[in-house]
Design a binder for this molecule. Structure first.
Ligand code: ATP
Ligand code: MG
Length: 381
C-alpha cells in the first residue's frame, strides 16, 4: 500500500506519493494540484476544497477556512480571540475549553471541533489520492509548521484518526523541504567531504519559516530553525485591505468592515492585486463593480500599496538575522545556496530582501508549492 504525503497548508493543501522510482504530486478532480483548505457546509450537502472556495462569499457564515492554527488552542487563547473578530463564520467555546466552529449544516445548528473540520479536509485529500492511485489510502505522512506545540500536533493526529488515516509521522514543514532538496541532488559532497550548507526559506499564507541544513550524500542534518508564526502572505493582503477600507471611507463614504460580503470580496481582490504586483511594477487597477451601494470602485495608487509591502518585508529580515547569528556558527561564506519555497516568496520585495541579506541570488530549485508535500512522501518512501 502506498504512503501518501500531505502538506496541510493554512490556505493550500498538496498531495504527493512515491511511485515508480520518483515522487509525483496528485491532482484533484479539477486537474488542480492545489486543494484549498476550505470546507463549506450547506443545507443539503457539504463541499470541500475548490468547490468550497467558490462558496466563500455566497455562503460566508458556513464556509470555513483559515482554521489550521486553531488546532490545540483554547477558545480563550489571545490568538483565537484576535482571529475571531475578523472571521466571517462564528467560533464557540467548547465544554472542554477548546475552539469550536459554529455553522448551519443540513438545516441544523452545529458546532464542529477543529479536529472534525480538519478531518473533513483530510477526507477530501484521502479521496483525491485514492481516485488517482486507484487503491485505498490509509498510511500517510503529514507536515505541520515547525512551531506547532505538542498539543497542536496531537490535535492534528486526532483529526487523522477521525478520517480513518494512519498517520505514520508528522514532520516539520522545514524538514520536508530539506528532504525534497536532498533527494534529487546527485552532486552532494561525499560523507568525507565538507558538507554543503543550504538555507531554506518558506513563506506561506500564515507563517514564515527558515531552516539551515547541511548535506552530504545520504546524510541530512538540520542545523537551525526559526519562525514567525504570524507573518505570511495574508499580512500583505490584510494591510492592502485596511488601506482600501480607509480609502473607500473617505472617497465614497463606505463602511466596508461592516459588510461581511463586501469585505470578503475586497480581500479576494487584494490578494489578486498582490499577486499582480509580483509581476508588474506599473499602476494596476483594482476594479470591483457594484462593490457596495451600487458603487464601482477602482484605481490604485501603486506607490502607497508598495510602501505597505516594504514595511512588512522589513520584518522578514529580523528572522534571518536571528536564525543565522544566534543559532549557527556559520558565516555567509559557508552558505552554498538559499532556496525559497512557499507562495509568498514570489513577491519580488521578499526575494530581494533575502538575497540582500545573504549577498547572493536566491535559488528556486524546488517547486515552491509542492516541495513540502514531496518531502512528506519521501519520508516513508
Ligand atoms: P502556511 O505555510 O502558512 O500554512 P500555505 O502553505 O497554505 O500556508 P502557500 O500555499 O505556500 O501557503 O502560499 C500561499 C500564499 O502565497 C498566499 O498568501 C498567496 O497569496 C501567496 N502567493 C501565491 N502566489 C503569489 C504571487 N505570485 N505573488 C505574491 N504572493 C503569492
Ligand atoms: Mg506552507
Amino acid at each position: 500500500m502506498s504512503v501518501v504525503g500531505f502538506d496541510l497548508g493554512f490556505q493550500n493543501c498538496y498531495i504527493a506519493v512515491a511511485r515508480s522510482g520518483g515522487i509525483e504530486t496528485i491532482a484533484n478532480e479539477y486537474s488542480d494540484r492545489c486543494t484549498p483548505a476550505c470546507v463549506s457546509l450547506a443545507s443539503k450537502n457539504r463541499t470541500i476544497g475548490n468547490a468550497a472556495k467558490s462558496q466563500i462569499i455566497t455562503n460566508f457564515k458556513n464556509t470555513v477556512h483559515g482554521f489550521k492554527k486553531f488546532h490545540g488552542r483554547a477558545f480563550d487563547d489571545p490568538f483565537v480571540q484576535g482571529e475571531r473578530v475578523k472571521l466571517p463564520y462564528s467560533l464557540q467555546k467548547l465544554p472542554s475549553g477548546g475552539t469550536g466552529i459554529k455553522v448551519r449544516y443540513l438545516e441544523e445548528d452545529k458546532v464542529f471541533t477543529i479536529e472534525q473540520m480538519t478531518a473533513m479536509l483530510l477526507t477530501k485529500l484521502k479521496e483525491t489520492s485514492e481516485s488517482a492511485l486507484k487503491k485505498p489510502v490509509v498510511d500517510c505522512v503529514i507536515s505541520v509548521p515547525s512551531f506547532f506545540t505538542d498539543a497542536e500536533r496531537r490535535s492534528v493526529m486526532d483529526a487523522t484518526q477521525i478520517t480513518g488515516l494512519n498517520c505514520l509521522r508528522l514532520i516539520n514543514d522545514t524538514t520536508a523541504v530539506s528532504l525534497a532538496y536532498g533527494i534529487y541532488k546527485q552532486d552532494l559532497p561525499t560523507p568525507e567531504e565538507k558538507p554543503r550548507n543550504v538555507v531554506f526559506v518558506d513563506m506561506g499564507h500564515s507563517s514564515y519559516q527558515i531552516s539551515v541544513a547541511s548535506f552530504n550524500k545520504g546524510k541530512l542534518k538540520v542545523l537551525a530553525t526559526a519562525f514567525d508564526p504570524y507573518l505570511g502572505g495574508r499580512n500583505f493582503d490584510d494591510s492592502l485591505v485596511d488601506y482600501f477600507c480607509e480609502e473607500f471611507r473617505t472617497r465614497y463614504k463606505l463602511n466596508v468592515k461592516e459588510n461581511p460580503r463586501a469585505l470578503l470580496r475586497l480581500h479576494q481582490e487584494c490578494e489578486k492585486l498582490k499577486k499582480l504586483m509580483s509581476a508588474n511594477s506599473s499602476d494596476l487597477p483594482l476594479n470591483i463593480e457594484c462593490f457596495m451601494n451600487d458603487i464601482d470602485v477602482g484605481r490604485v495608487d501603486m506607490r502607497r500599496a508598495q510602501k505597505i509591502q516594504v514595511q512588512l518585508v522589513a520584518g522578514t529580515c529580523r528572522l534571518l538575522k536571528s536564525v543565522f547569528w544566534c543559532h549557527t556558527e556559520l558565516t555567509r561564506d559557508d552558505i552554498y545556496a538559499v532556496e525559497v519555497v512557499g507562495g509568498a516568496t514570489r513577491m519580488p520585495a521578499v526575494k530581494e530582501r533575502i538575497s540582500k541579506f545573504f549577498g547572493k541570488d536566491v535559488s528556486t530549485t524546488l517547486n515552491a508549492d509542492e516541495a513540502v508535500a514531496r518531502g512528506c512522501a519521501l519520508q516513508c518512501a
